[in-house]
Design a binder for this molecule. Structure first.
Ligand code: NAD
Length: 293
């Protein structure tokens, strides 16, 4: 089966690789030519624009940074909607504002293009393994049609509701991850400053109630001083911005999210925007005058 794929970043590249391994013929585009060349070296076919991708396949995945990028790629000049034929399915797997998913879906339907939002959780390691958690919203029949393709990329694929429900679920996920990294960082700054070896603290508590997937993934990185992304501070700022705006829109208040947002903004201003979000630990390290290592 032919599949279009637009956005070959940290996540998009391994996803394309898995689709190729599963036997899909992948037509792909990114604004960075080097990323297209990489995918072509694995067997994908390069395209010259989103319009070109859409002219060549009837199912298209987008994996882009944020709402404006998806809007441009789908609705902009030489965008997907300029090349797509009626009946095309767009699977947007980027993490964007739910309200923008709804707007883009409306524009798609006017051209006879069906869309679901299907953001992911799990980061680069799970994108490589093809075991991401995928949360989807949109027309149930369209979801059922693309379920097998999503299962190539994910270990679990859950239908969450109407268009935008996937991204609302993803915002909940991102709030939990950000707050969990902050909690882990705060606690390890305390125990390190108080003189206990962080490796011992990790070993002692990871199997108890405080243990978490976040702690297992991020504490080893922090202790090794490995802040390579992973998931960038700037992308988490984007997600928390979307969470706060969505919360204000529906009347749900997110005081802890707002607090962690200030930490992320400080990291961005300190030049760490492109580093992994476990850099939150560096903020606490600076406050306590200690390194968790
Ligand atoms: P990234 O910045 O590494 O990759 C984004 C890619 O999109 C880049 O290759 C960029 O060149 C391309 N792009 C940007 N504008 C474009 C355009 N107009 N046309 C074509 N290509 C364009 O980001 P990522 O880490 O791969 O994340 C992608 C999405 O997945 C984001 O929404 C992110 O929040 C989400 N996500 C990321 C992770 C993670 O751990 N990295 C985990 C879960 C979800």
């Amino acid at each position: 089966m032919k599949l279009g794929f637009i956005g070959l970043g940290i996540m998009g590249k391994p996803m394309v690789r898995n689709l190729l391994k599963a036997g899909y013929e992948v037509i792909t585009y990114d604004i960075i030519q080097e990323n297209i060349d990489k995918a072509v070296s694995w067997g994908a076919v390069g395209a010259s624009s989103p319009e070109d991708v859409a002219g060549k396949c009837q199912t298209i995945i987008t994996m882009l940074p944020n709402s404006p990028h998806v809007k441009e790629v789908v609705c902009g000049e030489h965008g997907v909607l300029q090349g797509a034929s009626e009946g095309t399915i767009l699977i947007d797997m980027s993490s964007i504002a739910p309200i923008v998913s709804q707007e883009i879906c409306k524009a798609c339907l006017e051209k006879g293009v069906r869309m679901i939002d299907a953001p992911v959780s799990g980061g680069e390691p799970k994108a490589i393994d093809g075991t991401m958690a995928i949360m989807a919203g949109g027309d149930r029949a369209v979801f059922d049609e693309v379920y097998d393709t999503l299962m190539v990329l994910g270990g679990s694929v859950v239908y969450c509701g109407e268009i935008g429900a996937g991204n609302t679920t993803k915002l909940a996920n991102q709030v939990i991850v950000a707050l969990n990294i902050a909690a882990v960082s705060e606690a390890f700054a305390l125990s390190t400053k108080a003189g206990v070896d962080p490796e011992k603290v990790f070993e002692a508590i990871k199997g108890g109630l405080a243990g978490s997937t976040v702690m297992n993934a991020k504490i080893p990185m922090i202790m090794e001083r490995n802040f390579n992304p992973g998931f960038k501070v700037d992308l988490h700022i984007k997600d928390l911005n979307n969470a706060l705006a969505t919360g204000h829109g529906v009347g749900a208040y997110l005081p802890l999210t707002a607090g962690v947002m200030e930490i992320l903004q400080n990291l961005h201003a300190s030049g760490f925007g492109g580093d992994d979000h476990c850099s939150i630990a560096r903020y606490y390290e600076k406050l306590a005058g200690v390194e968790i290592k």
